[in-house]
Design a protein. Structure first.
Length: 78
């Protein structure tokens, strides 16, 4: 799984990095936001723009999201 770590990035940089990362990698992918509320919002906005699923990684790390393409999950339920 490809990982993007946003630690040390500005909010402006993060938006561009997340968008490029989401578009150039096959899901599932992981994006590390840390505890920044604004970084989490940026990730959610970009992921929703491209109609993908996102959910927090729960294994002791609430500052990371797993991103999944909806088309992959939709075929499971049909």
């Amino acid at each position: 799984m490809n990982v993007l770590d946003l630690h040390g990035k500005t909010h402006h940089e993060a938006r561009n990095l997340v968008e490029n990362f989401v578009l150039s990698n096959q899901t599932p992918i992981k994006i590390i936001t840390g505890n920044s509320h604004k970084m989490k919002v940026i990730v959610k906005e970009v992921v929703e723009k491209y109609e993908m699923y996102y959910f927090p990684e729960h294994f002791g790390n609430f500052g990371a999201y797993i991103i999944q393409d909806k088309t992959i999950n939709e075929s499971i339920y049909e």
